[in-house]
Design a protein around this ligand. Structure first.
Ligand code: ASP
Length: 479
């Protein structure tokens, strides 16, 4: 087991490659699809093995996704709740907190904008190849045992919702204003358990932020509650870690099924998506954050990156900002000389809520999958300004809600997919993430690096602004 744990990254890559090879070999016997169930693909072969094998990999792939979905809501609530409730409280905490939160929100917002601009420029979801691939995957969904329901049922549900929300017959500015009003209303859960049961992640995140902030305020009266949150976090992260131990097999099954049904070209059709994410991460990590470090942190970003290189390498190799946190704290306080007061506040919070790399990845992945799904199912996307604002807010909150553990981005993406509007329908089947899973591990390692880099630059900025404010106060004789 310890071999499996130690080499999890390598195993994931090896199993994904194995899935590609096996799926492609099986495809040479023929691909299952609409009107062509797997047992008819190649009678001799299928009667013997194909049927059982197809359903075995389908089952394991779906179980893996279901296990991830199962744990999303508790992980989000507990990690945000403890991240906020457990923040250290030193002198000037109010001002430091305000600056930190502003920095995190602004940089996450910038990251989402970068992602949305790039995905609009490169349009990785609109090529003919990716459309065909998604069409192939969807036909499998329909002929399989999809739980997402038929397209017509979805359209009917969405129409009923449009009527219920009073949007029918509206256009232009009034439509946009009402949509934004509905978005604002949907942020506040009327029944948090109902929101959790329905996987409505926006109200869940808002609830978790309120819960965490209140815990911070009352924790002196309720110390055991804080301990409970801490212990729940340990419990859930351990469970998540255990689920992720099965990732090589889960990814193998998803990828093998994908290649079997849509072929190798299908997998290759997402290369534009991968390059777009890489460009976004590089731009944010090499241009935006260094500029912020220079301008607002008054520090040479290259020199600073050198001081925290161990944390960056650790983030890359573990794909987990939480696991990297001790090294980040050590590097930022020790080598880079930032005061403990700032580092011990800004970094733990950042490891929980500040995920610039994840935000870039999620905005690009979400739009790519949504556009390719729309093209493949022949539904016009019909996105307007209000939808883009909804997407912006949803991705920003999803990045806040993502825990600092490997693969967290992918399971927040599953939630995002279930809530996105496509024409007159809502939701994209979660199984489409099979398309981008092939690239997920390397992208996770790089985006985690950007997440940690973003937290560390935040520390520099907050410490510089705070020290200057204190110097000003001293000069004015306030001390
Ligand atoms: N692995 C990332 C992190 O720990 C989160 C993600 O999956 O994007 O920061």
């Amino acid at each position: 087991m310890s071999f499996w744990k130690r080499h999890l990254h390598t195993l994931i890559v090896v199993f994904i490659l194995a899935g590609i090879v096996l799926g492609s070999v099986l495809q040479s016997f023929g691909a299952p699809g609409p009107g062509k169930p797997v047992e008819q693909v190649a009678p001799g072969f299928a009667s013997m093995l194909g049927f059982y094998f197809f359903h075995a990999i389908d089952l394991l792939g779906r179980l893996f996704l279901a296990a991830l979905k199962m744990i999303i809501v508790p992980v989000v609530v507990v990690s945000i709740g403890y991240g906020l409730g457990g923040m250290s409280r030193g002198a000037n905490v109010g001002r430091i907190a305000l600056r930190t939160v502003l920095y995190y929100l602004l940089t996450t917002g910038l990251a989402v904008c970068t992602g949305l601009i790039l995905v609009t420029l490169f349009q990785p979801g609109s090529g003919e190849e990716i459309r065909q691939t998604v069409e192939g995957m969807l036909s499998q969904e329909v002929s399989g045992t999809s739980s997402s329901g038929s397209l017509q049922a979805k359209i009917d549900r969405a129409q009923a919702q449009i009527e219920a929300e009073g949007l029918k017959g509206l256009e232009g500015a009034p439509l946009m204003v009402l949509k934004l009003k509905n978005l604002a209303l949907s942020l506040m859960p009327t029944n948090v358990f109902q929101a959790m049961a329905a996987g409505k992640f926006l109200p869940i995140i808002v609830f978790s932020i309120l819960l965490g902030t209140t815990l911070l305020l009352v924790r002196d009266q309720t110390p055991s509650l804080l301990v409970l949150f801490e212990e729940l976090q340990t419990l859930l992260f351990t469970l998540l870690g255990a689920i992720m131990l099965t990732a090589p097999i889960g990814f193998f099954c998803i990828v093998a099924k994908l290649c079997w049904t849509v072929g190798l070209e299908g997998v290759g059709s997402v290369w534009v998506y991968g390059v777009t994410v890489l460009i976004g991460l590089a731009f944010h990590g090499l241009v935006i954050l260094p500029t912020i470090c220079w301008v607002f942190g008054r520090r040479n970003p290259i020199e600073f990156a050198g001081k925290i290189r161990n944390a960056l390498v650790m983030a890359f190799s573990t794909a987990s900002s939480s696991a990297t946190l001790p090294v980040t704290l050590k590097n930022v306080e020790g080598s880079a000389g930032i005061k403990k007061d700032y580092a011990s506040f800004v970094l733990p919070l950042g490891a929980t809520v500040n995920m610039d790399g994840t935000a870039i990845y999620e905005s690009i992945a979400l739009v790519t999958l949504a556009t390719s799904y729309a093209a493949a199912s022949g539904i016009p996307l019909g996105w307007e300004m209000a939808d883009m604002i909804v997407i912006f807010l949803s991705v920003t909150l999803a990045a806040v809600g993502a825990a600092g553990v490997p693969g967290a981005g992918i399971f927040m993406l599953i939630l995002l997919l279930s809530t996105i509007r496509i024409g007159d329908t809502v939701g994209v089947p979660a199984s489409l993430i099979g398309l981008i899973i092939v690239l997920d591990r390397p992208l996770d390692m790089i985006r985690t690096c950007i997440n940690v880099w973003g937290d560390s630059v935040g520390c520099v900025v907050v410490s510089n602004l705070e020290e200057r404010a204190q110097a000003r106060e001293r000069a004015e004789g306030k001390f």
